[in-house]
Design a protein around this ligand. Structure first.
Ligand SMILES: *Cc1c(COP(=O)(O)O)cnc(C)c1O
Length: 336
């Protein structure tokens, strides 16, 4: 694995910190818990999409693009980070927002990430749920091309093999930190959605022959479907990296017990997990991804799947901006 062979621009603050969660480890009385602070990547409040965009936007620049086109749900962290990346390289950003969540408060389409999209001068249009959103984004790209622009279409979540390189790079960064702290990592846990994060991590760890298992906590798809999506993308990423030898499907694990009623729909376990991390560590998770990811990690500890004596790294993938679209879940005033 030699990532400098690929086009890359600097958009974030790296390496992100790897820290021990002393209080949470004590509270849960299970494994030693560490956190990889990818919520601190620094691009317009940060998050995991920044790593992917360093490779994707570099590819767009290399192709002479002047406009980034992408898609996501209404409160997409990916759209917000893509819009910020576009500002940094002097491009426009056009996005499609899918109305996947329609039962939240009045502010859902104005607060949180949508507010930040406005400030970043992102041009966005809404779509009803259920369309092939990547096909919609390609069609938008065609329309912009007809208008004389040079669009570069980024798939939802930045999850193709180029974007996943960002998480192969994270795997290398994490191992280097662990080695310098003399920390043997047994497991990595994180929220998995469009699959690029997990696929990149697995491909990177495989390339480095590092026997660390990655537990993906699904925020939307069933276990089978998520494993399938991650596996296919991990294979394509491994191929792009030029890694020899097939990647085994056994390397991919995903859990769908923490999705609850659906994507972006609150669960009690998510609310408890977010409240616990804020209270114990002063760290904000988000209601759509990292809150469910943490609920999953807590569930695996309670089930004895993650045990005392193990070292577990939770990757905080960001997303706290979306808390402001869900004030009723956490506001003591609104609860009173
Ligand atoms: C996009 C996102 C994820 C999921 O990452 P994928 O690469 O799409 O699987 C997790 N957490 C947050 C906060 C995200 O925005």
């Amino acid at each position: 694995m030699h990532l400098a062979r690929f086009n890359r621009i600097s958009l974030g603050h790296f390496p992100t910190p790897l820290e021990k969660l002393e209080n949470l480890s004590r509270t849960l009385d299970g494994p030693e818990i560490y956190i990889k602070r990818d919520d601190c990547t620094g691009l317009a409040t940060g998050g995991n999409k920044t790593r992917k965009l360093e490779f994707l936007v570099a590819d767009a620049v290399a192709q002479g693009a002047d406009t980034l086109v992408t898609q996501g749900a209404t409160q997409s962290n990916h759209v917000r980070q893509t819009a910020a990346a576009a500002r940094r390289v002097g491009m426009k950003c056009h996005a499609l927002l899918e109305r996947r969540v329609t039962n939240m408060g009045d502010d859902y389409e104005a607060a949180g990430n949508v507010l930040l999209d406005d400030m970043l001068r992102c041009e966005y249009e809404y779509r009803d749920e259920g369309l092939d959103m990547n096909a919609e984004a390609e069609a938008l790209g065609e329309r912009l091309r007809d208008r004389g622009l040079k669009p570069y279409v980024i798939p939802g979540g930045g999850s193709n093999a180029i974007g996943a390189l960002g998480y192969a790079s994270c795997a290398a960064e994490l191992l280097q930190q662990a080695d310098s702290q003399n920390l043997k990592i047994d497991r990595i846990v994180h929220a998995t959605g469009s699959a690029g994060t997990q696929a990149g991590l697995v491909a990177g760890l495989h390339a480095m022959n590092a026997p660390v298992r990655v537990e993906g906590i699904s925020v939307r798809a069933s276990r089978e479907k998520q494993i399938d999506n991650v596996y296919k993308l991990a294979c394509r990423t491994s191929e792009l990296l030029g890694v020899k030898g097939d990647l085994s499907r056994d390397l991919i694990e995903a859990y769908d017990e923490y999705v609850g009623p659906g994507y972006g729909q609150p669960t009690d376990a998510m609310v408890d997990a977010i409240s616990l991390l804020a209270a114990d560590e002063g760290i904000f998770l988000d209601p759509v991804y990292s809150g469910k990811g943490m609920a999953g990690m807590i569930g695996l500890i309670r089930a004895g799947e993650l045990k005392k004596g193990e070292n577990v790294v939770f990757i905080h993938t960001g997303g706290a901006s979306a808390l402001f679209a869900y004030p009723h879940l956490f506001s003591r005033q609104k609860a009173a």
